[in-house]
Design a binder for this molecule. Structure first.
Ligand code: UDX
Length: 434
């Protein structure tokens, strides 16, 4: 079976590489020649632990190839996975231009009966639309079947999630096509859920929205703990032990970011509006998250009469650890807010600095280490719980900073530790140490 993956972003690349690793013959296709050259030299264009090694291994085994040549990609393909981006439009809806272009190219270049599988996150009804685009342009002697197969991998643990995911969702209106896709995944030995096309599309949006809802919910409980007393870490543990709730995604903090949650929730909200449905909970999830990102900034403003000219450190810029992705990261909003107050900002992140530098240039300073970033600082914010940041000793904050005032958006330290070291410590959902 010749399998082609269209789009070498997170989803496409990781899927292609993992499918080749279990023995399939995989061609990854992308129109970006620079990316293809990099991949052919065995390097991943995205930061993902373990991915380079897996690319090199499977190129060597002759099971994985990369091309920007559309004929080479689609000619003779039995199965084509579409994994191109669906970035947000200004109104929050999903932009389907890349998907539609991929469908047109497939119709123009496929040479035999083929199953087209959508892995990109797309609004309900899109797979039928893709089917129509291809069908309209297809030579009469060829047949196409459409399958929706959403992806649930997390950045930073994408390879692990592909091999050890909780489920594989296969949506199709054609049973035989669904079965063939199940066979492709059979080496992973994961539970398979067969659905119709629209349900599979909805499963992806519902899953991401529900996870985001859990985060916004625990963040609101944390905010309330700060007012009424109580410690969110203890509360989340007690709540999460109820198996009906589960202990995952109950980590209170400065809100969720990244390329998926914000985009998908807005897209689902937009879809609901289009169908004249007022999705109240989803709107609240979005609102709570926006306010949560600003919370520590407002706390700092309350404490310092003015932030103008104050030397402020930000540790952690990416939307979570183990990725270089800064899309919708809380750090971007905090930097903007602090710049408006004329604060003097120094930042440090183990891998996210160059992307932030591209956005803010010389408006802020970039330190080579956490210690350098803290030197002489009057307040520090922790926004990403990188291993190297959360294992810093509080003694380090005390000895390097001018005034040891710490705003911890990821609850990296215990209150006892902060008290012991004489740090002014403001975290999320716990009493301040002052
Ligand atoms: C997410 C989904 O987990 C994945 O299934 C989907 O396919 C893509 O979107 P990802 O964006 O890589 O994956 O990140 P994830 O690990 O889910 O975290 C998202 C955001 O939520 C991060 O900003 C993280 O810091 C935040 N988060 C997560 C919390 O604030 N608290 C938590 O308890 C969990």
């Amino acid at each position: 079976m010749k399998i082609t993956i269209t789009g070498t972003g997170y989803v496409g690349l990781v899927t292609g590489v993992c499918l080749s690793d279990v023995g399939h013959q995989i061609t990854c296709y992308d129109i970006d020649q620079e990316k293809i050259d990099l991949l052919n030299s065995g390097q991943s264009p995205i930061y993902e632990p373990g991915l380079d090694e897996l690319i090199q291994k499977n190129i060597q085994k002759g099971r994985l190839q990369f091309t920007s040549n559309v004929k080479e990609a689609y000619s003779g393909a039995d199965c084509i996975f579409i994994a191109v981006g669906t970035p947000p439009n200004e109104d929050g809806s999903a932009n389907l231009t890349y998907i539609e272009n991929a469908a047109i190219e497939i119709a123009e270049h496929m040479t035999k009966d083929c199953i087209v599988v959508t892995k990109s996150t797309v609004p309900v009804g899109t797979n039928e639309h893709i089917g129509m685009i291809i069908q309209e342009r297809l030579p009469v002697n060829l047949k196409v079947r459409i399958v929706s197969n959403p992806e649930f991998l997390r950045e930073g643990s994408a390879i692990h999630d592909t091999f050890h995911g909780d489920r594989i969702v296969i949506g199709s209106d054609n049973q035989e096509a669904g079965k063939r896709i199940e066979e492709i995944y059979s080496p992973f030995k994961l539970p398979v859920v067969h659905t119709d096309l629209r349900s599979a599309e909805m499963i992806k949006y519902a899953s991401n929205s529900f996870l985001a809802l859990k985060i916004s919910f625990i963040n609101e409980i944390a905010n309330l703990c700060e007012k009424v007393g109580g410690n969110i870490e203890q509360v989340a543990r007690g709540v999460g032990l109820d198996k009906r709730i589960g202990n995952k995604f109950l980590q209170a903090g400065i809100g969720f970011g990244g390329s998926c949650f914000p985009k998908d929730i807005n897209a689902l909200n937009h879809l609901a509006n289009e169908y004249d449905y007022d999705f109240k909970i989803l709107k609240s999830v979005i609102d709570v998250n926006r306010l949560q990102k600003e919370r520590l900034f407002h706390k700092a403003k309350e404490i310092f009469e003015s932030l103008a000219g104050r030397k402020i450190t930000i540790l952690g810029l990416t939307f979570k650890p183990n990725t270089d992705d800064i899309r919708d990261a809380a750090s971007l909003k905090l930097i903007q807010d602090l710049l408006l107050e004329d604060a003097v900002i120094t930042v440090y992140d183990p891998v996210g600095m160059s992307k932030v530098e591209k956005l803010f240039g010389d408006k802020i300073q970039y330190a080579a280490s956490a210690e350098d970033a803290l030197a002489g600082s009057e307040a520090a914010f922790i926004l990403t719980e990188w291993g190297e940041i959360k294992t810093l000793s509080l003694e380090t904050f005390k000895s390097y900073m001018e005034k040891p005032i710490l705003f911890d958006g990821r609850n990296c330290f215990t209150l006892e530790d902060a008290e012991k070291h004489g740090i002014h410590y403001y975290s999320i959902g716990r009493k301040p140490i002052v």
